[in-house]
Structure formats: C-alpha cells, structure tokens
Ligand binder design. Structure first.
Ligand SMILES: Nc1nc2c(ncn2[C@@H]2O[C@H](COP(=O)(O)OP(=O)(O)O)[C@@H](O)[C@H]2O)c(=O)[nH]1
Ligand SMILES: [Mg+2]
Length: 481
C-alpha cells in the first residue's frame, strides 16, 4: 500500500487546474483527467525512463517549464512507443501556455503530414523537422535546471502561427521541469498540493493566537533591553516600508501608511528610521522594526557602516550620505551604545520576483554583511515579498502560500543564494493596494513576524548565557584577588 502522501505526490504535477481547462478546450472532446506519468525532477531526465513510464499509455500531454517562466509542449492522442519512426496523429498539436511568466495561450495545429510524433529512443519528440525535440540520452541537472540537448524548429509539421521559437522558449532549451501526463476522458478530481510547510488551520482563532504570541513577546530580563531591535536591509523597492506598514496596520486594526512606500520615495529612504508598532490602545510593542538605506550597488551601505549599525553606533534618524560614510567623527555617533541600541536580528528583504535577476554585486554585499553578522552571532532571516506576483493561486488566496510550488521553488532558490536554512526564508504578501485588512494576509505577516521574534529570542538567550559565563569568570578572578 502506498501512503497517501506518496499517492498525492504521484498525482500532482505543476500543471494548474486552469492550464488543464485550456488543454481540455484545445483537445475539444469533453472533460479530461490528467495523471502525471513522468516528471524529470522526480524520475530523472532519461529517454529510457521516459519510455518505460509513458509508452502504451494512450493520449498524453508533454509540458516543458523553463527558467524564464515560459510553459509549452505538445499533445498526442496516440501512445508513445519505442519502436522507431514517425507516427501520424490527426489530433496532435503543439501549444504554449505562458511566455516569460505571462499567460500566452496559443495552439499550433498539426499539418497532417504523417509526422506528428517521433517514437525512436528520444524523449518526447514532435514533427518531421522535429518541430519540438526534447532530449536524447540522459541529461544531468545543473544547479537550477536541466539543459536539454533537443531543439525547437516549429513550422514543419505544426503551424507556428507566425510565432518564432524565441517567443515560445526564450531561445533556450533549459527547463526546470518536464512532465508527461496521461489524458483520459472523465471529470477531474482536484487534488490539492501537499503543503511544503505546515501551519495550523488558517482561521480567526489562529490569527488571534499569533497576535497574542506577538503581544506577549518580551525581551529576556536582565539584559537591559527594553525592546528588540530588528534591522531590515534590502534593495530599494523590496518592500521594507510596506512590511512595517503591514504589521502596524494589523495591530492598529486598519490600513496605515506611516512609512512612505512606493517608487517616488526611492531616493528618500536614506535615514536610519526606527518604527514602533502600536496597538490600537496606543501602547508600543516590545520590538521595533528599523528601516535603512537600500543595498544599491553604488550607494548602498558599506561593510563598515553595516558594522556601526549592528553595534548601535548609528544615531536614530541619521541621514546616510553616500558622499561621506559615517565615522566616529560624525555628529551624533553613538560611542557607547547600550544593549538597546544594538541590533538583535537582521531581516534581509527581497522582492521574490527579482530573485533571478538580482545583481551579483548586491548578493556579494549581502554575503559580506552576513559574515559580519555570523561573527557576532546575530540571527538572520530573509523576507521574500510580493509572492502574490509569483503565483495566481496565492494572489487569489494568500492561504495557499505553503501549497504553491512556485513559492516553494523561490524559497529554495533564495536559501541557496544567501546560504540560509530554508526555515529562515519567510514568504510574505504585504498590504499594498488593499483598503481593508484581510485575515489571510494578516496571518501570513504575523506568522513571519512571530518567527523573527523567535530568532531574536534565541539570540538573546545566547547573549545571556555568554554574559553568565563572563560573570562567572569575573567572580573567580575576584575571589582569587
Ligand atoms: N504586489 C505587491 N506589491 C508590494 C508588496 N510589498 C511591497 N509592494 C510594492 O512595492 C513597492 C516598493 O515597496 P516599499 O515598501 O516602498 O519598498 P522599500 O523601498 O523596500 O521600502 C511599493 O509600490 C509597494 O506597494 C507585496 O507583497 N506585493
Ligand atoms: Mg522604504
């Protein structure tokens, strides 16, 4: 007996219900169910395996997903086989569903030239010139994708509709996934993806519980810290101000915009600004979120300034000046910072939609900051914002965040990029366009904040242990004297 989880995983692929609706419409013979037969990320990218899994299964659809967010492939109503030669199939077609992340639905109809599919020892292959040849032999996965050794030359057996190969596959045969589904008559049963991160059920009770956990957060006594200082660092436009506004809105019970957000302010957020989160009653929480200068390649913080920030030397509301970095001689420089001035947790903020194109200089800068933080033992989290823009399902319903494969992949990618554990990468959707609060958006933001506070608390406990050791050593020295 296979477990439920295994069965779900076997059934689920990346194709969304909406994509299946579109394919079903193109096939044009009524409701269809889709069963995942083969996926290169699960089964390996190997022509023999493809044939073992997909031969003699009847109608199938092949789907390629590339790193640019384009999705395309081919449908055949005939079984795949491994006995050589071309096959005719009056119902076959090629198609595209997305181009560079945007929906782009085009059907490329068959020209009836007798060469619908090619069934020798290749991966899925369509058309006389091989309008679409996926791969031959075995393809090993590089870090992020499979570089398929096939090609596309649409326009032979399939009508290209005036669309060039580049407008389908971005001029690359690299794919992050290739799937083959069996297509059969019948109603689809919608099987939800298994969540990749578990949480309680998303309802009012959970929202209330998260709120309580955060309100009751207190820095550890004896540390002389009255509020935990959480430093947000990230490129301009990543969503730092919006995250503060989101949290503050939740506790105020209405949408607030205390931190300027948006593109107009890009050059403005140059000050080191602490933001308290207020409850409806007006009382402050025991943490503050600090907004800083971005991570721009040319004008961002440098490592020395970052060190001053972490150590609490930078005065609040200090106006950064790219022309003259802060130094001990700067007006207001805090020479003797208290434990309150120091940073207790760092939150890197990144726009999830720009992960792929993040300049290496910014990554290098973040890494150099990280080694500084690691030396000091300061915990780091990575906030991945704008996940609503990554995935339509999440845009429609934020509670789908931990079921979205796209979000999961971005979390994975971000964790590799910064060398942080996956658990420290926290996806969020900020309030940005809403007029009123929504429970799902609030729950995700509070889950994120609670996790950040947990990291902060762990750090404070470490600090306390360290201080206890130092104190004991001092006492021993005193006793000897
Ligand atoms: N769709 C969407 N937009 C967001 C999100 N977070 C921020 N934004 C938008 O991104 C832009 C930059 O955000 P901002 O908070 O000013 O970034 P900052 O420069 O890091 O402070 C603003 O136009 C926000 O409305 C989000 O989660 N989803
Ligand atoms: Mg800002």
């Amino acid at each position: 007996m296979e477990s439920n989880a295994t069965r779900l995983r076997k059934m689920g692929g990346r194709l969304t219900n909406k994509d299946m609706d579109q394919l079903e419409q193109w096939i044009g013979t009524g409701p269809k169910s889709f069963t995942l037969l083969y996926a290169i990320t699960r089964d390996g990218c190997n022509a023999t395996t493809f044939h073992q899994k997909c031969d003699n299964q009847g109608a199938t659809v092949t789907v390629l997903y590339n790193p640019h967010g384009s999705v395309y492939g081919g449908y055949t109503s005939e079984s795949w086989a491994n006995n050589g030669g071309y096959r005719d199939d009056a119902d076959a077609f090629l198609y595209q569903l997305y181009y560079s992340k945007n929906p782009q639905c085009t059907k490329f109809p068959y020209n009836y030239d007798g060469n619908a599919t090619y069934t020798a020892g290749f991966g899925p292959t369509f058309g006389s010139n091989h309008d679409l040849e996926t791969f031959q032999g075995t393809i090993k996965k590089t870090q992020h994708f499979f570089a398929l050794n096939g090609y596309m030359s649409i326009g032979g057996s399939y009508d290209s509709q005036g669309i060039s190969v580049n407008q389908i596959n971005n001029g690359t045969m690299n794919v992050t996934e290739l799937e083959v589904y069996r297509v059969a008559d019948g109603q689809r049963r919608i099987v939800p993806n298994k969540p990749w991160r578990k949480t309680k059920r998303w309802n009012k009770r959970f929202l209330h519980e998260l709120t309580e956990d955060i309100v009751s957060f207190k820095p550890i006594p004896n540390l002389d810290v009255t509020e935990a200082r959480i430093l947000m660092i990230g490129p301009v436009g990543a969503g730092k101000s919006s995250f503060y506004n989101t949290i503050n809105s939740i506790f105020r019970g209405r949408i607030t915009q205390r931190a300027n957000s948006g593109s107009a302010e890009q050059s403005l957020t140059t000050a080191y600004t602490p933001y308290f989160v207020r409850e409806r009653s007006g009382a402050n929480q025991n943490f503050l979120l600090c907004d800083t200068r971005g991570l721009e390649e040319a004008q961002g913080l440098d490592v020395l300034e970052c060190n001053y920030l972490l150590e609490g030397n930078v005065p609040e509301y200090y106006q950064f000046n790219p022309a003259s970095p802060i130094s001990e001689d700067t007006d207001g420089f805090v020479r003797n910072p208290t434990p309150n001035d120091k940073v207790h947790c760092v939150v890197f903020v990144m726009d999830s939609t720009t992960l792929e194109v993040l300049p290496t200089k910014i990554i290098q800068k973040m890494k150099s900051f990280q080694s500084l933080m690691n030396q000091k033992g300061i915990p780091q989290a990575l906030l991945l914002t704008k996940i609503d823009k990554l995935c339509k399902d999440v845009q429609n319903d934020v509670s789908q965040v931990f079921r979205s494969k796209t979000v999961e992949e971005h979390v994975e990618k971000a964790s590799q990029l910064l060398g942080l554990p996956r658990g420290n990468v926290l996806p969020v959707k900020n309030y940005e366009n809403e007029m009123q609060l929504e429970d799902t958006i609030s729950i995700l933001a509070l889950l994120t904040l609670r996790q950040i506070l947990y990291f902060t608390q762990d750090y404070m406990e470490n600090m306390m242990d360290k201080m206890a050791v130092v104190r004991r050593k001092m006492e021993k020295v005193n006793v000897k004297n």
